[in-house]
Design a protein around this ligand. Structure first.
Ligand code: PGA
Length: 252
């Protein structure tokens, strides 16, 4: 794992967008794995700015999102499909049929998961996957205890995850209890992974990821087994790690 420290969220967003831009510009076809959450908003703003200013086209790009709430359709303002349209897709030239997001309103959720997984395989796998990290170490909606062998599946959300996301809903009781998420094995098959962490509330979990054991209790820890992971973290998110004696930053 390569760890890049940046001073703040603005720089974090810029660095991540640069990595994506480079890959999108140099590829003839590109499968991009995307994430939602507050951390990603700055990256998406940079990608839109670059599209407007430099005309970087997404016509050859296919996207696969990590997860979606069960029960929320694409028109629901709290669905991840809505978030992606609003914060990214509607501002780019990506064709609508290049966008893959699990359908949380599918009648048969198990079938939807299998289909999602087979769409990723059929398209040749994900070239670059953007990841956030939950305070409990989740990646996608793979909560602590999820098997490292898991593929796209339905999960019951942790109370802590529902509480963290309640700020987007009227009330905690409105936060869906279940979601569809790419599995950990699915994520591990992505060719390149870029994980972003910003803010002091991620400092403990980021330190466990960097220094802790590989264990299913911290889903993100599996990333240590991946050959091409870059963590971009701001100084606040690295606060606990940097307080450790002998901490070596792998890359600046
Ligand atoms: P956040 O979410 O960017 O809103 O902190 C990250 C996550 O839960 O994966």
């Amino acid at each position: 794992m390569k760890v890049i420290e940046v001073p703040d969220y603005t720089e974090l967003s810029k660095r991540a967008a640069e990595i994506i831009n480079d890959r999108v510009q140099s590829a003839r076809a590109f499968n991009l794995g995307l994430a939602t959450g507050a951390t990603m908003l700055g990256v998406y703003r940079h990608l839109i700015k670059d599209f407007l200013e430099n005309g970087t086209s997404y016509r050859h790009v296919y996207t696969f999102n990590l997860d979606e709430y069960v029960g929320l359709g694409r028109e629901h303002p709290n669905s991840y499909h809505y978030y992606m349209n609003k914060n990214l897709f509607h501002h780019l030239d990506i064709p609508e049929d290049h966008i893959y997001i699990p359908d949380g309103t599918a009648e048969n959720l198990e079938e939807e998961c299998l289909e999602y997984e087979s769409n990723i395989q059929r398209m040749g796998g994900i070239d670059l996957q953007l990841l956030g990290i939950g305070r409990n170490g989740h990646i996608g909606f793979n909560e602590p205890g999820t098997s490292f062998q898991s593929r796209t599946h339905v999960v019951e959300l942790d109370k802590s995850t529902r509480m963290a996301n309640a700020r987007y809903f009227k009330d905690l009781s409105d936060v869906p209890t279940h979601a569809i998420t790419m599995g950990i094995a699915t994520i591990m098959e992505c060719k390149q992974i870029v994980l972003l962490a910003s803010g002091v509330e991620k400092a403990e979990v980021l330190d466990s990821l960097i220094h802790g054991e590989i264990d299913e209790s911290i889903p993100a820890s599996v990333l240590k087994r991946h050959a091409d992971v870059t963590i971009i973290a701001d100084s606040e998110a690295l606060k606990v790690t940097k307080e450790r004696e002998g901490f070596i930053l792998y890359d600046q």
